[in-house]
Design a protein around this ligand. Structure first.
Ligand SMILES: NC(=O)c1ccc[n+]([C@@H]2O[C@H](COP(=O)([O-])OP(=O)(O)OC[C@H]3O[C@@H](n4cnc5c(N)ncnc54)[C@H](O)[C@@H]3O)[C@@H](O)[C@H]2O)c1
Length: 344
């Protein structure tokens, strides 16, 4: 389909959303952001967008839990990117009702707003690899610095059975399935991305969520790091620009992507263990040793290894992750260094 000119970005004051809004506005497209600004740092991302783009975007500071607000913002959109979410597993355990309201009901509100609109814009939804659960049945081996899949060199594909763990896993998983099914049952144009660890500038990482940015912030600002588990858990890291390219292709190549679910991450070549490999990378880039972290018991449901197999999306669109993890983390560190005031 033609490049849409008017985007609705829910969660547009967050890490991914603010980067998406910036990229679209820089390309001369119109953007409406629906964001209740509940994430610490969201105000700062809006300030940054205003500094760069003035009043050329609309901010609707309301919640996706408000069905009427969803209807109002969908009315003017050619395409919808649904990123607003309660994003932390730990918070979902402490307050599962809020987590359900934002992630499951909020997504349902948006789907209904699209279904009942006259123009039914396409929808891209940010789901998560957590929908696959602990993956305890996949055999892994313990190596010196990492756990590794024994029989899955290319990582986890979309045919992996769903297995929701934690209220966050359940609410995002329910939303993921609703988005997928609204394509089947009502013919909406939807694409679901089950995302691995996304990282990059404007990520206000905290211990509970956004570990790549959190470790980088802690390393640069001298805060202590705690590793939950043995630190050999492997994650594939995807740089924000590569994700945003995938988001664009999902709509541009909708003939191939519509109604589909894709795993989306940096793949095997951008996979690292969270401490024994990521720590040395940080040390190399900073040119100094980091203090030893504290270790605490692993979090329930934590996957020993997650690597996304992105072959399906590559086949359908020609997309590739092009930012090596060393380059992306260097960009992240440079942004944190330039914005130390945000983290003091
Ligand atoms: N960053 C990652 O590594 C990652 C990985 C997998 C999935 N995801 C998904 O991608 C999406 C974006 O993640 P992010 O890293 O940019 O998170 P983020 O927390 O930076 O952004 C989420 C935004 O949603 C807003 N929000 C929260 N509740 C809201 C509500 N009720 N109504 C309206 N807005 C609300 C927050 O204020 C925030 O600006 C989320 O759906 C998340 O689950 C992210």
């Amino acid at each position: 389909m033609e490049t849409p000119q008017s985007l609705l970005v829910t969660g547009g004051a967050g890490f991914i959303g603010a980067n998406l809004a910036d990229r679209a506005l820089s390309a001369g497209r119109r953007v409406t952001i629906l964001d209740d600004l509940s994430r610490p740092g969201a105000d700062e991302n809006i300030r940054w967008l205003r500094e760069r783009h003035g009043d050329s975007f609309d901010l609707i500071a309301e919640s996706v839990t408000d069905a009427r607000a969803c209807e109002r913002v969908v009315a003017g959109a050619d395409a919808v990117y649904h990123l607003a979410a309660q994003v932390a597993v730990t918070t979902s355990v402490a307050d599962p009702r809020h987590d359900f309201a934002v992630n499951a009901l909020g997504t349902f509100n948006l789907l209904e707003a699209i279904r009942t609109s006259s123009h039914r814009p396409p929808l891209v939804f940010a789901s998560t690899n957590k929908v696959y659960g602990e993956l305890a049945h996949l055999q892994t081996v313990e190596l010196e610095t990492r756990h590794a899949f024994q029989n899955l060199p290319n990582g986890v594909s979309e045919s992996e059975p769903l297995d929701f763990h934690s209220p966050y896993g359940c609410s995002k998983g329910a939303a993921d399935q609703y988005v997928h099914d609204y394509a089947r049952i009502y013919g909406l144009q939807t694409v679901v991305f089950r995302q691995s660890c996304i990282y990059g500038p404007r990520q206000m990482g905290v211990e509970e969520q956004g570990w790549v940015a959190w470790f980088a912030i802690a390393a640069l600002t001298g805060q202590p790091i705690t590793i939950y588990g043995d630190g050999k858990q492997v994650r594939d890291l995807l740089y924000i620009d590569d994700l945003l390219h995938a988001y664009e292709l999902a709509i541009e190549k909708s003939d191939a992507t519509s109604g589909k679910v894709y795993n989306m991450g940096g793949g095997a070549e951008n996979a690292l263990s969270i401490w024994w490999e990521f720590g040395p990378l940080l040390e190399d880039l900073l040119g100094r040793e980091l203090p030893a972290p504290a270790f605490a018991p692993e979090r329930p449901g934590d996957q020993p290894v997650f690597i996304a197999d992105t072959a399906a999306f590559q086949r359908d669109t020609g997309w590739r992750a092009t930012t090596p993890v060393e380059q992306g983390v260097a960009n992240l560190l440079a942004w944190i260094d330039d914005n130390r005031a945000l983290f003091s």
